[in-house]
Design a binder for this molecule. Structure first.
Ligand code: SF4
Ligand code: SF4
Length: 96
């Protein structure tokens, strides 16, 4: 997965370490290994550009320490907005 990248620096993913309780859920649900959570430590983002903005981490974080705008960096968005000239992407419920 190290060779797979979306556009560098554009993912909306943000982690607020303050409320993090180190449960590891974000690391468990992330399909791209974006987070690292050492035992007894808070989560850290180790691969920000691998984030596909699926939203699974933010949805499953019990203390709302993660924010991400789902779909903004996904392939559908790029195709619809950049290549087809639409103002916004309509990814639909099954996207990503
Ligand atoms: S939004 Fe999805 S891909 Fe991005 S860090 Fe969260 S779980 Fe991983
Ligand atoms: S899911 Fe939330 S609380 Fe748990 S380790 Fe990740 S950021 Fe911290």
């Amino acid at each position: 997965m190290d060779t797979f990248r979306y556009l560098p620096g554009v993912a909306t993913l943000k982690l607020d370490p303050e409320p993090c309780i180190g449960c590891g859920m974000c690391s468990t649900v992330c399909p791209h290994g974006v987070f690292e959570v050492e035992k007894g430590e808070k989560a850290t983002i180790i691969a920000h550009d691998l984030c596909m903005e699926c939203g699974a981490c933010a949805t499953n974080c019990p203390v709302k320490a993660i924010s991400v705008t789902p779909g903004v960096g996904c392939a559908s968005y790029i195709i619809q907005v950049w290549l087809k000239g639409k103002e916004a992407a309509d990814c639909g419920p099954d996207c990503c």
